[in-house]
Design a protein around this ligand. Structure first.
Ligand SMILES: Nc1ncnc2c1ncn2[C@@H]1O[C@H](COP(=O)(O)OP(=O)(O)OP(=O)(O)O)[C@@H](O)[C@H]1O
Length: 275
């Protein structure tokens, strides 16, 4: 009797989503100084909000800066949107930065300009100095107004940015970041200057943008409960190393406190929120 071997049917294709950001064994040192990041791994996927926690000096800002080529990578790699950041030349880095929306603690708006103009400047990213003087199109203006509407402050479009409250200014900064049509949003302590209510609103907005637009949002925070309430995953840095990396649903404040040399007390957290 002969037996024949039938060919196997093709395996069902299992597609694992590719992370937009993939950091492996990243090491960063400034000048001759010590390693500020030492072997950091990080993936960021479309649609997720990842909270970055750690004591002051643990390397949160440096990790963010390394994703846009502003930190000196001395080992390992950081890939963003398919690019090996450490291997990019200056012009290529400019192109990458145009795809990354950034939100900062101090909003970084031009106070004397209108809210609308501040948002429009987001369209200049990557345009270069020659295109930048060409002015904005009416399509740009429509889009900027639509974004202001989305973040809830279209009624302030013609006001000078400096006349807005902190929470409103941060919304403008988020609209400006969206004007870039970013593939990634980096928010470095975006609520450190806001009161508790504004902090929740701004973080809710960032998480909504991540989910709706399918953009990964990496947000550094100093307040544990804000991270637990407004993120899908938490990455905790300690002395430049990843100590915790887990879905937020699996974490609690006790486990996250291990990230800190001195765990923040409720009082300190309240102070941080109120700052
Ligand atoms: N441009 C720089 N030149 C030299 N050292 C730097 C530079 N930027 C940061 N550092 C050092 O790198 C370390 C990490 O700083 P980083 O700002 O990344 O920490 P962080 O976790 O964001 O802190 P914080 O919560 O206070 O913002 C610190 O020791 C800091 O002094």
């Amino acid at each position: 009797m002969t037996t024949t071997t039938a060919p196997l049917p093709p395996a069902p294709s299992v597609t694992t989503p590719e992370p937009l950001v993939s950091v492996r064994g990243l090491r960063v040192a400034y000048g001759d100084g010590p390693l500020v990041l030492d072997g950091v791994d990080l993936d960021l996927f479309a649609g997720e909000t990842v909270a970055l926690l750690g004591s002051s000096g643990s390397g949160k800002s440096t990790l963010m800066r390394s994703l846009t080529g502003f930190a000196p990578i001395t080992g390992g790699s950081a890939r963003v949107a398919g690019h090996d950041v450490g291997a990019l030349r200056r012009g290529q880095l400019r192109g990458l930065r145009a795809q990354v929306g950034q939100v900062f603690q101090q909003f970084n708006l031009v106070g004397r300009l209108s809210v609308l103009t501040n948002v429009l400047t987001g369209a200049l990213h990557g345009a270069g100095p020659i295109n930048a003087v060409g002015g904005f199109t009416s399509a740009d203006r429509q889009r900027a107004l639509a974004l202001l509407d989305r973040v809830g402050i279209a009624h302030k479009a013609t006001d000078q940015a400096r006349t807005l409250s902190g929470g409103q200014q941060q919304r403008v900064a988020i609209a400006r970041a969206l004007m870039q049509r970013p593939r990634l949003i980096l928010a470095d302590e975006p609520v450190a200057s806001l009161d508790p209510s504004m902090s929740h609103q701004v973080l809710e907005l960032l998480q909504e943008i991540a989910r709706t637009d399918g953009i990964p949002v990496l947000v550094s925070l100093h307040v544990l409960h804000l991270a637990l309430e407004h993120s899908d995953r938490v990455v905790g840095l300690r002395h430049g190393e990843v100590l915790v990396s887990a879905p937020t649903a699996e974490l609690d404040a006790d486990r996250l406190a291990a990230v800190y040399d001195v765990p923040p007390t409720d009082e300190q957290e309240a102070d941080d929120v109120a700052r």
